[in-house]
Design a protein around this ligand. Sequence first.
Ligand code: GDD
Ligand code: MN
Length: 371
Amino acid sequence: MSVHTLHLAYPPELAIIIPTYQEAESVAEIAKWVAAALDGVAWELIFVDDDSPDGTAERVRALARRDPRIRVLQRIGRRGLASACIEGMLATSAPYLAVMDADLQHDAQLLPQMLHSLRHEGLDLVIGSRYLPGGDLGNWDRRRRRMSRLATRIAQIMLHAELTDPMSGFFMIRAEVLHRVVRRLSGLGFKILLDLFSAADAPLRFRELPYRFRARQQGESKLDNAVLWEFLLMLIQKLTGAWVPIRFIAFSLIGGIGVVVHLAVLWSILELFGLPAFAAGQATAALVAMTSNFFLNNLLTYRDLRLRGRALIRGWLSFVFACSIGALANVGIANYLFQETRSGWVLSALAGILVGAVWNYAVTAVYTWRR
Ligand code: GDD
Ligand code: MN
């Protein structure tokens, strides 16, 4: 690298943040593409890698040895697209921040135009859109297209913003706007753009630019059906207002599933062994429900802090222990309210459930899925 390009690179005006998971085969190519597209701009390129087993981070370090404008932020024991983007965006001094995928699906050629818009049009945000005229979804199959369309519609209704592609993972934002809202971002899941829009205090001034979503060059998509679940959570959070933690909502929804599991198991046992088996049936049903709740929470609520291997056993034990105390508290409080204060049975039961749920949530958040 010549003195001339070094001079151009510092301090960077634009940071491009690329979240990666298992993208070892793509990083060199995307870096080359970005560099070519941004000729004449002082940029830096930050890969945020969640310790991919394929050695993505090491590949980036190899690139960085040859070009100091490239860096990697390697996170250990964490997963999550949105939080990776946020942490990458916070790791730079550049006044403009772009987020794009590593797999060459987002068109790097759009970056100069995005930068131009932010510099000269008084905007907060420029978004690459696959749904504007001139844009394109590429080679996605019908199922994925339909899912994307549906999610897009729901997101549009939620946001009250005229966004044609609210699910886009390709955008450029003014750093000061991010810094203003960053503490209100949920950082969960992968809908970083939705997160930004709902966290903003004043409507964001934005513009969309069309681009063609290209076919993935290497590897495969990491977005699975958990996408739908995250979506449901977002919807509920919108309806309940932001003061209920999103994890508590998830935890409670799964608690509801636990009730169904409990009743189903109890019913089967009573069918098999008759009413005398009630007490044993209750205990078995409770244990099965707690276990399924533990795994569901581990998979969905705490996706980013997911326990694996041996940690799973310790986590399960602490979960069952905490929830057993929660169940005792639940029943105790409901009985107390019902008998001593003569509250109606519905109110008594609901109060017991609420206290039990908050207890379970609070204790397992600290002891089961500790950071
Ligand atoms: N650090 C980190 N951690 N990166 C991740 C993770 C993660 O847990 N999961 C995915 N990534 C990275 C991928 O390596 C890739 O660079 C980028 O995030 C997007 O992931 P893909 O797996 O390629 O997603 P996609 O192509 O199916 O989805 C695209 O369309 C969605 C909208 O429908 C992406 O552009 C999404 O951002 C977009 O929301
Ligand atoms: Mn992709």
